[in-house]
Ligand binder design. Structure first.
Ligand SMILES: C[S@@+](CC[C@H](N)C(=O)[O-])C[C@H]1O[C@@H](n2cnc3c(N)ncnc32)[C@H](O)[C@@H]1O
Length: 219
């Protein structure tokens, strides 16, 4: 559906700006909801807070937001540079995963923390039932690969990370806007692609073949 990840983001930016982010949060992620959360901006901040808590980010630390900066596959940062690296819904684009995780491992200090918040496949035995949905989801979000949490953990280990913890936050993620698919049809590509992807994310969550994990790993 897209020529590249850049093509997808260039074409979809106005939609993200309209429905997802504002100048206060600048966040383009799903966000974490609870009974006190009133709107998407609060949900986005809740997810940021959870990542800060899990990573133990404190004033004075050197932190990289991987996915809002130079290509995370080949950065020009020095070895052992960051205390914390986090990637929110960005490392799903890393391909092949192990090579990019090796680069993040290189620039993280020994004992430094990597946090990855992202959607994953659940890897259930009846996966073939959802194969078309999964391929459509990848194509709509310009994903080269869409892995299971287990595959991500295996790639992290191969890249040299240890003390890996993975927790599901699926019950705190809410997807919206997929009704737009009815408006977009196949005529207006960014609307169609994003609403299809969100519709399939909803289906993946409700039918149990997708998950949303926050993975913590230590160099
Ligand atoms: C869903 S957005 C999330 C952005 C941000 N992390 C946030 O939470 O608001 C995914 C981001 O991944 C970035 N991305 C994809 N491939 C990348 C790469 N190879 N290097 C750096 N960023 C990348 C895209 O530019 C996009 O901004």
């Amino acid at each position: 559906m897209w020529d590249s990840v850049a093509d997808y983001y260039k074409s979809s930016q106005w939609l993200y700006r309209l429905f997802i982010y504002n100048k206060d949060t600048l966040g383009m992620h799903f966000g974490f909801w609870d009974v006190h959360t009133k709107n998407r901006q609060q949900a986005i901040l809740n997810e940021n807070d959870e990542i800060i808590r899990l990573a133990g980010i404190k004033k004075g630390m050197v932190v990289l937001d991987a996915g809002c900066t130079q290509d995370f596959g080949k950065t020009n940062f020095a070895n052992d540079y960051f205390d914390v690296i986090f990637g929110i819904e960005s490392l799903c684009y890393a391909s092949p995963k192990t090579n990019i995780l090796k680069e993040l491992h290189r620039i993280l200090k020994p004992g430094g923390i990597l946090i990855i918040a992202d959607g994953y496949l659940k890897g259930k035995s009846n996966m073939n039932l959802f194969q078309k949905d999964i391929e459509d989801f990848k194509s709509a979000f310009a994903l080269k690969e869409f892995v299971t949490g287990g595959e991500m953990v295996a790639s992290l280990k191969k890249a040299g990370f240890s003390a890996i913890q993975s927790n599901s936050y699926l019950n705190r993620v809410k997807t919206v806007l997929y009704w737009l698919v009815k408006l977009g049809g196949s005529f207006f590509r960014p609307i169609y692609a994003n609403s299809l992807a969100l519709e399939l994310a909803c289906k993946g969550a409700s039918q149990g073949f997708m998950d949303y994990l926050v993975i913590k790993a230590v160099k």
